[in-house]
Design a protein around this ligand. Structure first.
Ligand SMILES: C[S@@+](CC[C@H](N)C(=O)[O-])C[C@H]1O[C@@H](n2cnc3c(N)ncnc32)[C@H](O)[C@@H]1O
Length: 257
């Protein structure tokens, strides 16, 4: 029997991409938060190499390029997201410093010790936090930084409804201290950890989806999969408002030892 509530990862990926293509961000975040996370990173020069893994259409990739030195490579599995990033880089005259390439985070083609900074907002969950931290470590130079956001519990205990929702969607969800321990065990000095403000979810992630949902429903009238996808996104937004004291996205920043 089909589950009543699916996680977003269980829908047709082309539909998810099309849905998110018109929205500036594909996950919670903001320019201010990207800039705040960058303020902890002090090793960037003109010749620095930065990778933004799971960049989506590149909202944060352009912020990174505007607010740091060095070259930024954005990597995402989905060609239409990468095409949009490269178009936007051109619009912002950043094409000499920003390049989007299609690729998978579990098969990155960087040289060992070739990167000064690895960035990943709202995307490391695709490979898993622990595995991503471990596998990407070799690509960083000694003293290089990693900065990722990850959904995390704020409290040791929480109501059953939200516990079940997230454990089903992402079983690796855990408390902030447990995530920091994983960062340390993977060979990084934990440099900073901070919780993304609520507006990263409400104003920047869920609000822009409201209009996109109407457009999408009109385009695909009667399509059960689309209706399911939208119902799912609406449920997730409702749960966030109900339980936001208990979880959120957290920036984890570490320096390779
Ligand atoms: C929640 S979105 C976050 C996008 C963007 N970083 C942001 O914050 O707006 C997750 C991104 O990971 C990408 N992704 C999923 N699996 C991937 C993989 N195996 N390799 C690279 N990117 C992947 C998706 O296409 C999507 O763009």
């Amino acid at each position: 029997m089909e589950k009543q509530n699916k996680s977003i990862h269980e829908f047709d990926i082309d539909l998810i991409c099309e849905y998110f293509l018109e929205i500036e961000r594909q996950g919670p975040g903001s320019k201010e938060v990207t800039i705040k996370a960058l303020s902890f990173i002090d090793n960037l020069k003109e010749d620095s190499q930065i990778a933004d893994i799971g960049c989506g259409t590149g909202g944060q990739t352009l912020t990174l390029a505007h607010n740091s030195k060095g070259k930024v490579v954005g990597i995402d599995l989905y060609p239409r997201f990468i095409q949009k990033l490269n178009e936007n880089a051109l619009k912002h005259k950043l094409q000499n410093r920003v390049k989007g390439i299609v690729g998978s985070m579990d098969n990155l083609l960087f040289n060992n010790e070739g990167l000064d900074l690895i960035w990943s907002e709202g995307a490391i969950y695709n490979i898993g936090f622990k595995r991503g931290l471990q596998e990407w470590h070799k690509f960083l130079k000694k003293g290089g930084y990693i900065a990722v956001t990850e959904v995390s519990w704020f409290t040791a205990e929480r109501p059953r409804e939200i516990e079940e929702f997230w454990t089903d969607a992402y079983p690796e969800i855990d408390t902030i201290p447990n995530k920091v321990r994983l960062l340390q065990e993977a060979g990084y000095i934990p440099v900073a950890t901070f919780i993304l403000p609520e507006n990263c979810w409400t104003d920047n992630f869920y609000a822009p989806q409201v209009a996109a949902q109407e457009t999408f429903l009109q385009k695909y009238v009667g399509n059960i999969t689309v209706e399911g996808l939208i119902a799912n996104q609406r449920r997730e937004a409702k749960l966030y408002l109900k339980y936001k004291e208990y979880y959120g996205y957290v920036f984890f920043i570490g320096r390779k030892i």
